[in-house]
Design a protein around this ligand. Structure first.
Ligand code: HEM
Length: 413
């Protein structure tokens, strides 16, 4: 009978994530939406897909997005979500959809979904992505799982007909023009849909797999980043209560803010557990054995708080923490090994001194910096609310005010 091996230490968790005989197991319940999607592939088919898509995740592109695109997307998203309340300087804004939608625009373009300028159209896509996210990660849902998956499949149908079909047709026409020499290759968009359509015959990619893959990127890129950002912002506000003036320091010192973000990522991994299934009998270098068919449940929260790696205060938020060689400040929050997050440097940047070219702060640090610079403070009128629809620790709403007492530098007026 299949057994379940539970791993909690940093060393075992890291080894299990990197073990070739352990395949992805987190999406088995959400298989209808995740079958054939990169994070759910194993072995040669995973390596092949990763090679195809990896080329889109370039540091120079991320650096450009950080400087130019992300601040603009955040500003536009704030304007959209502040409108019902009127002027931003007096309004109380739920920051969760603001950040999620800014990242959704970015991640949808990485995926290759063409989105026009119509706000209602975009908000409809955001609603569909929320349903896809819930269905794909149904393993952690607290509600009726069958209903959540059906709802996700209906959302995928709508994504397919409304957003994917026209984006697909446009790219097929462009690819055909490039192949017949009517256009230069540079005219092709740099996105997942184009890459997969161009490689379709050579890699034998079925239509439904391409559809699910393209539908995966917008929600995974936007939900995980916005959840992580709100956790980090919460720590910034808490820290400021203990040490007044912290928020001003964070605006002035991006490296310090990035350390806050990395420490928060360590404490709050996107998924509290990673799950793997053994495809063969095997053993971890630490000695733990598993048999084919066994499940391996990796407690990411416990691994990221392993006192032997992070110190006796591993449970505490300590942005001044130091790390041994080979230990990342964000722990295993972006995974490790062959499934390690493709969007890691986009979301989290790199610690100082680790990027060869431009300094990468990451979308989370860039957006928090902009928010604090604009005077964002926790709302006392609407306290933050936890999301009870999932066992993933997440804020459902998190209201901030843009305090007119603070100017653009965060200085009290
Ligand atoms: C704070 C934000 C993020 C967190 C915490 C996060 C976390 C993770 C984790 C833990 C994995 C590995 C899953 C596993 O081993 O089972 C992963 C994989 C992945 N992530 Fe992220 N992610 C974030 C942002 C993003 C963004 C912005 C994108 C893209 C726009 C992205 C795209 C992916 C992809 C494509 C994979 C699958 C890689 C593979 O299987 O080879 N992620 N992410």
């Amino acid at each position: 009978m299949a057994e379940t091996l539970r791993l909690e230490s940093w060393a075992t968790a890291r080894e299990a994530l990197r073990h070739r005989d352990l395949r992805q197991g987190l999406y088995d319940e959400g298989r209808a939406l995740m079958d054939g999607v990169i994070v759910n592939l194993h072995g040669a088919s995973h390596t092949e897909r990763r090679r195809l898509e990896n080329r889109l995740f370039r540091r120079d592109t991320f650096a450009y997005w950080e400087r130019e695109l992300i601040p603009t997307l955040l500003e536009e998203s704030l304007a959209t979500h502040s409108l019902p309340q009127g002027r931003r300087d007096v309004s109380d804004v739920d920051i969760v959809p603001v950040v999620r939608h800014a990242m959704l625009r970015l991640a949808a373009s990485v995926a290759g979904l063409d989105i026009g300028s119509d706000t209602a159209d975009f908000l409809r896509l955001a609603g569909l992505m929320a349903r896809l996210a819930a269905a794909s990660t149904v393993v952690h849902a607290t509600g009726d799982k069958t209903a959540i998956v059906s709802n996700g499949l209906a959302a995928l149908d709508e994504v397919r007909s409304t957003y994917l079909a026209p984006s697909w047709a446009r790219r097929e026409a462009l690819i055909s023009d490039v192949r017949s020499g009517r256009r230069p290759e540079n005219d092709l968009p740099r996105d997942i849909l184009t890459v997969l359509l161009a490689a379709r015959e050579e890699h034998g990619l079925p239509t439904d797999v391409i559809e699910r893959e393209v539908a995966y990127f917008p929600w995974v890129g936007s939900h995980s980043t916005s959840i992580a950002l709100v956790h980090a912002l919460h720590h910034c506000f808490d820290h400021d209560e203990e040490q007044p003036g912290t928020l001003r320091t964070l605006v002035d010192e991006p490296d310090t803010l990035q350390r806050f973000v990395h420490e928060s990522l360590r404490l709050h991994p996107a998924s509290p557990q990673a799950v793997r299934r053994a495809v063969a009998d095997g053993q971890l270098p630490t000695g733990h054995r598993f048999a084919a068919g066994d499940s391996v449940v990796i407690d990411m929260v416990a691994a990221n708080r392993d006192a032997s790696v992070f110190g006796d205060d591993a449970d505490a938020f300590n942005p001044s923490r130091t790390f041994a060689d080979g230990v990342t400040p964000w722990g295993l929050t972006f995974g490790s090994g062959f499934h390690a997050c493709l969007g890691q440097e986009l979301a989290g940047g790199l610690p100082p001194g680790q990027s060869d070219g431009d300094r990468l702060l990451g979308a989370i640090t860039v957006m928090i910096s902009k928010l604090l610079d604009a005077g964002a403070r926790r709302s006392s009128l609407h306290p933050p609310v936890r999301d009870e629809r999932t066992t993933r620790p997440t804020w459902r709403t998190y209201h901030v005010v843009f305090d007119p007492q603070f100017d653009q530098q965060g200085e009290p007026r």
